[in-house]
Design a protein around this ligand. Sequence first.
Ligand code: TXA
Ligand code: MG
Length: 318
Amino acid sequence: MKNSYSNIFTFNKKNLKKTINNLNKNNLVCLPTETVYGLGGNAYSKTTIQKIFKLKGRPTSNPLIVHYYNLNDVIDDVITNKLFKKLYKKFCPGPITFILKRKISSKIHPLACAKLNTVAIRFPKHKVTRSILKKINFPLAMPSANRSNNVSPVIPADVFDEFKKRIKIILDGGKCKIGIESTVVDLTNKPKILRPGIIDKNSIEKILKCKVTGNLKTKNKRSPGMMKKHYSPGIPVLINQKKHDGVSAFIYLGFKHKGKKHFFSLSEKSSLNEAASNLYEIYRLIKKKGYKKIQISKIQNKGSGIAINDRIKRSSKL
Ligand code: TXA
Ligand code: MG
């Protein structure tokens, strides 16, 4: 199918080959994952990692997630442990990222890990990215495909809006099903959630059969990207709102205001998973419509609601 963007490509054999050729030449490409679109490149190559930080405008102190096809591929790069293997078995490939200790002999370029002695690794589930990971001889350093501090893209056109023609290939994998970034869990010590996601603390505790800490209340220096303002739609966001001010875009859950001007429902059936998958797309839509401010009603703080609240809270920080 043709589209009006010259750098958004349909997923087929020819474009798969083109994408792989580019990755082999240490170029960057944008790929779909089940969570959000990523900006990927060879995690073993210094020039590639430098290109990622530059294109995103990301501080080099904020490390990248390294993406692999499966368990066998990581053993030369990180020190695995029992907790990791349990979670891998249950959730991978899927929307969860593990922080593990880096092997001294690891080929991951130190810049990808912001020179830390830990690495964030993930095994994405989306078939397009899996078919690429299967065919290349290196893992992909792949942050979300947005300029630093913006919200992550969940459709190819959103990726285009971020980088325009500065990226040669955006591979079309449709809308990302999950719509918010993976859960990040630190397994280098007592398990700790650094970034909440669709796989929540309870389901992780169930598999590990031990307590897992969340970092929401404590200031956590181990996940640098989570410290500051992030996930911003580019206009002020007010959370826990009860009353519409008459002019701002108002985001809520349910169908109470269906059809009313200025009101945007994250999920008419009040599903928190559906709400998560629509959040960033609605942020972008509201911005495009020219609104100057977003109000968001209170969202239940359980299950995926914890991840949604984490993102909207961060996006409300000016
Ligand atoms: O769903 C996702 O995880 C997406 C898709 C594309 O895979 N990727 C993503 O990457 O969200 P990024 O770079 O936007 O977010 C990575 C997060 C940041 O908050 C970063 O600080 C944290 O992971 N991180 C990476 N390496 C880390 C490390 N060694 N220790 C602690 N946190 C780390
Ligand atoms: Mg990001």
